[in-house]
Design a protein around this ligand. Structure first.
Ligand SMILES: *Cc1c(COP(=O)(O)O)cnc(C)c1O
Length: 433
């Protein structure tokens, strides 16, 4: 049994000066019960907390650590950059090289602008799409997360063409009215929205593989269907690849599925662990961004030299070592096969969705294809399972509605350790269920 008195004490202290004790809500363990662990260091597949406990990592900072923690290629690039000052607020060679690298890797990007987070990337992309089309509304999908920008914190009303209502206090109904929502994988609902708002929709934005309602796979023809609607109606198609970019393939989900969006947003892996985001797309659209064009978007620390060094080292490594993706595929497939065998043996109702090195277990016997079906999962059982895994030194995302992110540091031996822990944790969770 892993004890965590130091983490518990820090969490208690944190609540006095930080809202909820954490700087991002997903880090709190509210959905699964218990207190978050406070981390000290991490290397390869392992993370170490304030209490000296060791965990095998399956979140990897929510995606960026695709090579495991503290990989030498990235660490050395950062260390080499530090003596030259941490920021200039003026252009650098590295930004040129980084832009060229991104353009060479991501099919839908001809020009790119660096920002500091995924949230900034999506907010900016929608602004540019609006500026480019001269239209106000956009469509997003239920259960897709695009950062915490006001216009993205919207859930659907009851009907497909109901205007959105804000998910969070502080988001005005005025903002919400321009966000239309449809169920994931539902092309008919999108067509209905487009018909009801003819000539008013600037953009359709989605996660081309959804990772923020648990992993949900785009059904055959869904991405191409959106591409066709956008072409016909002059709508800007935006793939939010903050999670999937450089993870599902070196060119992201758009490369994997062969559907090219007009704009792409990036984050997570692109910074190699530093706070970085980017948005890019067709030159014709990106030329609307200031100072080339009229749509304003700026950043004091954008293209920061340390962050660019980390990101470039990470992306160069992924571009030059395509075998990384074969390895990740093999590891993730091994883990999923082991879990499937475990759950059949134990008679657990489950659905596992996987694309490459991302997957989610849902405790439901229904196929999970959208947010509604994701919500059929037994979240109480997930909470017990999560804590039983943590006790066995396996670090998962503390929510049913997240994916696991496999890194190249997970060896076959560690995958088998995970599978064994999965069996024991399920047994334990079922007994107390
Ligand atoms: C994480 C994420 C974001 C937000 O990125 P931040 O860097 O946390 O602001 C946006 N879109 C998707 C798909 C994400 O997974």
């Amino acid at each position: 049994m892993i004890q965590a008195p130091v983490s518990n004490e820090l969490f208690e202290r944190a609540q006095h000066t930080i809202p909820g004790g954490v700087n991002s809500p997903v880090r709190a363990f509210r959905a699964v019960g218990g207190n978050p662990r406070f981390m000290v260091s991490a290397k390869g597949p392992y993370m170490f907390d304030e209490d000296g406990n060791q965990y095998v990592e399956f979140i990897n900072s929510w995606g960026p650590m695709i090579l495991g923690h503290a990989p030498a290629v990235v660490q050395e690039a950062v260390m080499a950059a530090v003596p030259n000052s941490l920021s200039f607020g003026a252009p650098t060679r590295k930004e040129v090289e980084m832009a060229e690298l991104i353009v060479s890797m991501v099919p839908g990007i001809e020009k790119v602008r660096m920002v500091n987070s995924g949230t900034e990337a999506t907010m900016s992309a929608v602004r540019v799409a609006r500026g480019y089309t001269g239209r106000s509304k956009f469509i997003k999908f239920e259960g897709c997360y695009h950062g915490h920008g006001d216009s993205f914190l919207i859930s659907a009303g009851s009907g497909a063409i109901t205007l959105g209502v804000p998910d969070s206090p502080g988001v005005t109904t005025g903002v919400a009215a321009d966000t239309l929502t449809a169920p994931y994988n539902d092309l008919n609902a999108v067509q209905t929205l487009v018909d009801a708002n003819k000539g008013e929709i600037a953009a359709i934005i989605l996660e081309p593989v959804a990772g923020n309602m648990g992993l949900v796979v785009p059904e055959q023809g869904f991405l191409q269907g959106l591409r066709d609607i956008c072409d016909k109606e002059g709508i800007v198609l935006i793939f939010d690849e903050v999670m999937t970019g450089f993870r599902l393939a070196s060119g992201g989900a758009q490369q994997l599925y062969g559907v090219t969006p007009d704009m792409t947003t990036l984050g997570k892996i692109i910074g190699g662990g530093m706070p970085v985001g980017a948005y890019g797309g067709k030159a014709e659209i990106m030329n609307y961004v200031a100072p080339a064009g009229p749509v304003y978007q700026a950043g004091t620390l954008s293209g920061n030299p340390i962050a660019m060094s980390a990101g470039m080292a990470m992306l160069s490594h992924l571009k030059n070592n395509p075998e990384v993706y074969a390895q990740l595929e093999q590891t993730a497939a091994r883990m999923v096969a082991g879990m499937e065998a475990n759950m059949q043996k134990l008679g657990v109702k489950f659905t596992i969705n996987r694309v490459g090195s991302m997957f989610s277990i849902f405790f439901t016997d229904k196929p999970v294809t959208d947010f509604e079906s994701a919500k059929t999962s037994d979240t109480a059982l997930f909470g017990k399972y999560f804590n039983a895994m943590l006790k066995r030194g396996i670090y998962l995302a503390p929510s049913q509605y997240e994916a696991l992110f496999i890194s190249t540091a997970i060896t076959d031996e560690l995958a088998d350790q995970y599978i064994q822990a999965n069996f024991e944790a399920l047994q334990e969770a079922l007994e107390i269920a």
